[in-house]
Design a protein. Structure first.
Length: 355
């Protein structure tokens, strides 16, 4: 079986060394040494000022919404994982979907202004597959209308744009460090910002809103444990090698699939990409489903990611987003993970047609 993804696990002795330290100290959660060290190391790796390690990427978005005090309407992308949208609804905001660009599949800045009303408080956009949103245009719109900006950076670990860390744009960027993501801590997430006041709020909200006997605000339990931090500390030194291997495999796919007339996200020249996914857009939904079926018959799993377009979720009422709905119907993510061999990639390639 070739799966669409396979979690990277470090050599077990390396994780065991951390476990031994935990058994010695007996301190396994509540901002222990490993969580603190992971936060420092991630800040260095991502070149960002403030970062809080949290329990998952969904709670990271919810903490971001709370810390920026968003209310009313939030303009957001229909082409993302469902958690981007449901976090807004969970925090009593109304998602207003505007359509995506057909090159990066990120929120189209040209469509945002028309959707702004006097109830709009923010823009929540996703760096889809790790491809950057048009952060400059979004910043200009946010400034003009005094809106907050959150980037769901769940796919964008380590991405740089114009020499700058993509995680440093917007008011807050959130990460997911789930086992299926490029860099993972089994379960986990992070809230990144460059404002100490916002960071302080996130820190309080993450641990029930109190420090010792001083109760400052309402909060929630968004903490993560030493076991999860230990996995992150083990995995972090391997990230560059993981990205390199993913790039080799992606370029191999690029070369071998180039004659089929498939569509791919467009990389801008100033992008330092992380090869988090390998999405392919077929000429039609029927062509995608036909290849997917043959792949599955040959024990190769793929993922319709993202499908459906979030504006069509059965429990929502939202306007049409033609580009997003069209891409969501035709896109398929192919197997991509560092342990994948070129022979396995050849098997995948041999079953793909675009008719
Ligand atoms: C994975 C993912 C999330 C959710 O992260 P979890 O850690 O699974 O809660 C949110 N947004 C996007 C775009 C994702 O891919």
């Amino acid at each position: 079986m070739i799966n669409v993804t396979k979690t990277f696990l470090p050599p077990i002795e390396e994780y065991n060394a951390y476990l031994r330290k935990l058994w010695e100290s007996g301190w396994i959660t509540n901002q222990g040494k490993m969580v603190q060290e992971l936060e420092v190391r991630m800040k260095e790796r991502l070149e960002v000022e403030y970062l809080q390690f949290v329990s998952n990427g969904t709670i990271a978005i919810q903490l971001a919404i709370k810390a920026l005090e968003l209310k009313g309407e939030v303009i957001t992308t229909p082409f993302s994982y469902v958690a981007t949208t449901t976090s807004l609804i969970w925090e009593h905001c109304t998602p207003v979907f505007t359509d995506i660009e057909d090159k990066t599949f990120c929120l189209d800045p040209a469509k945002i202004e028309a959707a702004i009303t006097n109830k709009t408080s923010a823009i929540l956009a996703t760096h889809v597959y790790g491809y950057p949103c048009d952060v400059d245009k979004i910043a200009a719109i946010a400034k003009k209308y005094k809106l907050k900006v959150i980037y769901d950076g769940a796919h964008a670990f380590g991405v740089r744009k114009g020499g700058r860390s993509l995680m440093s744009f917007g008011d807050i960027t959130t990460l997911s460090l789930h086992a299926t993501k490029l860099f993972h801590t089994v379960e986990g997430g992070a809230v990144i910002c460059n404002d100490s006041e916002i960071d302080k709020k996130v820190c309080l909200y993450r641990s029930f809103g109190h420090v010792g006997d001083d109760y400052f605000t309402m909060g929630i339990n968004g903490k993560n444990s030493e076991f999860h931090a230990a996995m992150g500390l083990c995995n972090l030194p391997y990230v560059d090698a993981i990205i390199t291997r993913r790039r080799e495999l992606s370029e191999y796919y690029d070369k071998k699939l180039s004659a089929l007339g498939l569509q791919f996200p467009v990389k801008s020249p100033d992008l330092h990409y992380n090869y988090a996914y390998y999405p392919v857009i077929f000429s039609s939904e029927a062509a995608m489903l036909a290849s997917r079926k043959v792949l599955l018959e040959n024990n190769i799993s793929t993922r319709r990611y993202f499908y459906p377009s979030l504006n069509t979720l059965p429990y929502l009422k939202a306007d049409k987003c033609e580009v997003s709905e069209d891409i969501a119907r035709r896109v398929l993510c192919l197997p991509l993970y560092p342990q994948l061999t070129f022979q396995e990639a050849d098997q995948v390639i041999s079953h793909i047609t675009n008719k």
